[in-house]
Every structure is written in structure tokens, then in C-alpha cells.
Ligand binder design. Structure first.
Ligand code: PMP
Length: 284
């Protein structure tokens, strides 16, 4: 298939990344995943905007415009004939002799954009039945608001969940729930949707932002405040959100059923609203 490399769309087979790409050696870069529904990009502008915000926070100059990137990504999706899938894109600080400090401004090293597409079906069965989660200590750094390539703690947490037969690890810092290893986490209590504030301890998910707006428009209280693992286990409902998982019900945490042990009414309502949003945004 085709990929994006720098400012061009090329055959994947002709592109080679250098051993001294700073993304490869230091995780010195940022990334995004954009969902594709029926060949159409969903919330692409928001994702590309967040890519630029992440880059700025690590003092990296993308040296392309958001408009150009959106055009390239749309073209890539078209050329690869993606139906239901995703675009993975990342920007690294480029290739330079390995030293920790940034390449010198006169070194001709520039940030390098790469992107490729995947077919990914919607997780319909799991959205219907709900999935299980474990809790795990959040051992990440203090800038989780940056969508950086450094994902080792997330990888370790997800692997722990997988080995426990679970879909996600819900992370906590000394008992305060932050987010999932690759998702945002929520509980529902007395009809209120509660989630961690969008500060440096979580990634402010694009799905989270869409959901906040849907709640606001539909009179569902969306409360951004910290809650504990104890609150999670005693909640009426628990769910997570992400670009690929959408609004995913969590029916068991650490082997204990949440509420009635099946997806709850508020979660169902949010799934319906989110699905309507997808249809509205991606209709031809
Ligand atoms: N938090 C983390 C740590 C993530 O990796 C993700 C998935 N990108 C999210 C939250 C959800 O973000 P989004 O809704 O933008 O996919």
C-alpha cells in the first residue's frame, strides 16, 4: 500500500527509516490515530490540531501546515481504498547523530511525518456485550497530556490486562483513577458521567471531547473531577472511550461486576448519541 513520508505519498516498499531516527532511538516524537468510517475521516481536524499541540509541547516544529497534512491524509485514505479503518501518523524530530540534545538548527535535520492506513472493523460485538478491565498503577511521567511516542508504561499495562484476559487496564495514581492505558475512563453515578479533569495526568481524548459536547447537548451531567478506584468498583456504570474503541462498556473490574454486570442505561444512551454523531459527520 501507500504511505506518507515527509510531504509525499509513496509506496511503502520504497521508504526506509534511518537507524538514527530520533523516534526510533529516543521516542522523540508525537503521534495520532484517526478513525475512518465508510472511507471518511472522523474528527480529522481535531486530531491534527492535537498533533500540533503535542509537537509544540516538546518544542518540535512540524514544518508543514495542518491543512497540508489533512489533504495528504485524505488522499492516502482514498488511494488505499480504506473502508472502516484508521490512519496512524507520527512526527519525529528526524535523523541526526545520536546525542540527547536536539539537532543543531543548521544541521538540516527536520521533523519527519510518516503515516499509513489499516483496515479496522468497528468492535461491534464488544460494544454490545461490554468488556472487562483490570486496575493497574499509573507509572507514567507527569506529561500524559502529550501524545508522545514513549508508550512503554502503557504497553506494560495493556499486556498485564491481556494476560488477565481483559480488554483494558484502568490506571490509578495512588488510588486516583487517571485513564486507561490507551483510553479515557469514566464512571456513572446517579446519572452523572464523571471523569478525570483534562490536566497533565491524562490525554484529553478527542472521543472524550466529542462525548463532553454530546452530554452537554443532551442534558447529561458531565463532571470533570478526580475519583478513586473504590468509586470505580462501586459505580453504577463504567465505560472507556477512544478513537478505535468508541464508547466501550466495562462490565467487570478486577473480576468484580460493575452495577448489574452488563452495560448500563447511560452508557447505552451515549453509544447511541456517538453513533449518530459518526453518521452525521461521515455521511456522503
Ligand atoms: N488516553 C490514552 C493514554 C490514549 O492512548 C488514548 C488513545 N489515543 C486516549 C486516552 C483516547 O484518546 P482519543 O479519544 O483521542 O483516541
Amino acid at each position: 500500500g501507500k504511505i506518507i513520508f515527509g510531504d509525499q505519498i509513496l509506496d511503502r516498499s520504497v521508504v526506509h527509516i534511518d537507524l538514527e531516527d530520533r523516534g526510533y532511538q529516543f521516542g522523540d516524537g508525537v503521534y495520532e490515530v484517526i478513525r475512518v468510517y465508510g472511507g471518511k475521516l472522523f474528527t480529522a481536524k481535531e486530531h491534527i490540531e492535537r498533533l500540533f499541540q503535542s509537537a509544540k509541547k516538546i518544542k518540535m516544529d512540524i514544518s508543514m501546515t495542518p491543512e497540508r497534512i489533512e489533504d495528504l491524509v485524505a488522499e492516502l485514505v482514498k488511494e488505499n481504498g480504506v473502508g472502516f479503518g484508521s490512519v496512524y501518523m507520527q512526527v519525529t524530530r528526524g535523523t541526526a547523530p545520536r546525542t540527547h540534545m536536539f539537532p543543531k538548527p543548521d544541521s538540516q535535520t527536520t521533523a519527519v511525518l510518516t503515516a499509513y492506513t489499516n483496515e479496522v472493523p468497528r468492535p461491534e460485538r464488544q460494544l454490545e456485550s461490554g468488556v472487562d478491565a483490570i486496575t493497574a498503577e499509573d507509572i507514567r511521567w507527569l506529561r500524559c497530556d502529550i501524545k508522545s511516542l514513549n508508550l512503554l508504561p502503557n504497553v506494560l499495562a495493556k499486556q498485564e490486562a491481556t494476560e488477565a484476559g481483559c480488554f483494558e487496564a484502568i490506571l490509578h495514581r495512588s488510588g486516583i483513577v487517571t485513564e486507561g492505558s490507551s483510553s479515557n475512563a469514566y464512571l456513572v453515578r446517579n446519572g452523572e458521567v464523571i471523569t478525570h479533569p483534562a490536566d497533565n495526568f491524562i490525554l484529553n481524548g478527542i472521543t472524550r471531547q466529542v462525548l463532553a459536547k454530546l452530554c452537554q447537548e443532551n442534558g447529561i451531567p458531565f463532571v470533570e473531577k478526580a475519583f478513586g478506584v473504590v468509586d470505580l468498583l462501586q459505580a453504577d456504570e463504567v465505560f472507556i472511550t477512544s478513537t478505535t474503541s468508541e464508547v466501550m462498556p466495562i462490565v467487570k473490574v478486577d473480576d468484580k461486576p460493575i452495577g448489574a454486570g452488563k452495560p448500563g442505561g447511560v452508557t447505552r444512551k451515549l453509544q447511541t448519541l456517538f453513533e449518530a454523531k459518526i453518521n452525521e459527520e461521515t455521511k456522503v
